[in-house]
Design a protein around this ligand. Structure first.
Ligand code: HEC
Ligand code: HEC
Length: 489
């Protein structure tokens, strides 16, 4: 008895567990595991065996995943551009300046929730990823060979923007690019036909991008093109307006921030960073992370309950147009397509493209996106109230704006893409560097092409200025699952 009782006490629960486990057919691994247990196939999304909704949910998991070493987090032997570096691991696996600098995309993009903007604590030192490991400012700059000396010559410190409504933003950019390319073709055809130089204005969705001249010998002169690169491809991402698509940004961000290499950017069955993990993200994974961002809710407007404040919002909205803010911060751009399609035909090499036999995955912005979603107009279009013209502008020399020491992708340091103001009130601090804690300070920093608008703002009465601010404060990311784009407080 003294032997049997303990024997039965141990074996009955074990027996019960063994019997109940017969109900399970799978054999899950236990212990330390990669966070990403299931890698999706792009073709499975394409042929519908994984639905767009499932793909968006998989993308949400990827965006919020706290990657670990088994997922391939970290890049021991490559820098953020993919160039080789001396091996760094263990305590040196992270570097807040040159990266990898975070565990999850949502570590930075989280205001007011996943997919959004970030606090100053989440700022990125853009371009610092070209250094193997920033811990010594007397280390030579791989770009120039010079000794940087200070943090501000190592990277441009940028605040995190939100991706709300980003699917529509990318589609607007594609439609505008197609328009500009059509104008270029028309100028070339006319020049050939008439055997003389032909100049045409570059205008799309009511936004002017200067003009283009074509010659009978099929060459073009782009010296009068404004606010977009000579390739006439609108690049709506990065605050400098230098990245074409969510997908392109995502491929870069996974490597830069987390040391996770995608197959489409870094190759199949290779291990460039020498961390022992290959094929860290499949094309399908990048597709899901992209679709997740493209499907994020549209920001909207919150009308205050108190009549004094509601009136101020209304008056501020009118003043915003009257004093010239709306010249750049266009209250509405009309999107012809209700569909976000993946991948983007203007993607540069190193990102999946339609010509890579990638097909076209469609996400209906009016049905598949997160709430609140846009509605179709009677013309079958979508009104995108993002308060941007997707054009780059010279904002002048105020040190709060023109503070950067490094030129990114050839765009002068005074020049930025018009910031989308929708949802902006939910994502303080303001400006590319997050240095404005008040909207008034952000407005006051405007100069250059916006000098007149800034002056007009300051020549308003104190009450009217407060109305403009009250209007900007009404442009918010709405609570999850809100069904309307304009709601009462
Ligand atoms: C350490 C903070 C941080 C992490 C982590 C991070 N981001 Fe960002 N993200 C930023 C900042 C800052 C910017 C603005 C960069 C700029 O404009 O120069 C940005 C910009 C973007 C943009 C362009 C938005 C726009 O409107 O221009 C996309 C898309 C993006 N991030 C996606 C991702 C994805 C996907 C991940 C994860 C793989 C990620 N980010 C991880 C901070 C971060
Ligand atoms: C010439 C184009 C132009 C005009 C005109 C203009 N802006 Fe801007 N605005 C920009 C650009 C570009 C930025 C991004 C600057 C940066 O991040 O450093 C910006 C940024 C902002 C921001 C910061 C938003 C954020 O979330 O960081 C606010 C607020 C703003 N503008 C309001 C206004 C108001 C109000 C007016 C009218 C008085 C105005 N702007 C006129 C181009 C313009």
């Amino acid at each position: 008895v003294r032997i049997c009782v303990p024997f039965f006490l141990i074996t009955i629960p074990t027996l019960l567990l063994t019997v109940s486990s017969l109900a399970w057919t799978d054999d899950p691994p236990i212990g330390e595991q990669p966070v990403i247990q299931r890698h999706l196939d792009h073709r499975a999304i394409l042929d519908g065996s994984v639905s767009v909704q499932e793909a968006v949910e998989a993308g949400r998991l990827l965006f919020a995943a706290d990657f670990n070493r088994l997922d391939g987090a970290g890049r021991p032997q490559t820098d953020g551009t993919g160039a080789p570096r001396l091996r760094r691991e263990g305590v040196e696996a992270f570097n807040r300046v040159s990266g990898p600098d975070a565990n999850a995309c949502s570590g930075c993009h989280n205001k007011p929730r996943t997919g959004g903007g970030g606090d100053n604590v989440a700022n990125v030192f853009v371009l610092a990823q070209r250094f193997g490991f920033v811990d010594d400012f007397t280390q030579a700059d791989p770009m120039t060979g010079e000794i940087p000396g200070t943090l501000s010559t190592v990277g441009n410190e940028r605040n995190t923007p939100g991706m709300w409504g980003a699917g529509a933003i990318e589609m607007l950019a594609r439609e505008m690019t197609a328009d500009l390319h059509a104008i270029r073709s028309r100028a070339l055809a006319l020049a050939r036909q008439n055997r003389r130089k032909t100049t045409l204005p570059l205008q799309t969705k009511g936004v002017h991008f200067g003009s283009i001249s074509a010659y009978p010998d099929a060459t073009v002169d782009t010296s009068a093109v404004e606010g977009v690169d000579p390739d006439l491809i609108i690049k709506p991402f990065h605050q400098k307006g230098v990245v074409v698509s969510l997908r392109q940004f995502t491929n870069t961000a996974f490597n830069h921030h987390h040391g996770i290499q995608s197959v489409e950017r870094f190759g199949r069955d290779t291990d460039p960073d020498q961390d022992g993990v290959r094929n860290e993200l499949t094309e399908g994974d990048i597709t899901t992370a992209t679709l997740f961002q493209a499907s994020l809710a549209f920001p909207g407007q919150v009308i205050p309950r108190h009549p004094k404040r509601a009136l101020a919002v209304h008056r501020g909205e009118q003043l915003f147009e009257k004093i010239g803010c709306a010249h750049c911060h266009r209250p509405v751009l009309e999107l012809k397509s209700r569909y976000y399609t993946e991948p983007n035909p203007y993607n540069p090499p190193g990102n999946l493209r339609p010509q890579d036999d990638a097909g076209t995955i469609r996400l209906d912005l009016t049905r598949d996106g997160e709430h609140p979603r846009p509605r179709l107009t009677s013309r079958g279009t979508i009104l995108v109230r993002a308060y941007t013209d997707l054009k780059r502008h010279d904002l002048g020399d105020d040190p709060r704006i023109n503070n950067e020491r490094l030129v990114q992708a050839g765009v002068p340091t005074r020049v930025f893409l018009t910031k989308r103001l929708w949802g902006g009130a939910s994502e303080p601090p303001f400006l590319h560097n997050g240095r404005a804690t008040l909207l008034t300070d952000a407005i006051d920093a405007h100069g250059g092409e916006a000098a007149n608008a800034r002056r007009a703002f300051w020549s308003l009465s104190e009450y009217e200025r407060a109305c403009v601010i009250e209007f900007l404060k009404s442009l918010q990311v709405l609570p999850p699952n809100t069904r309307q784009l304009v709601i009462r407080e």
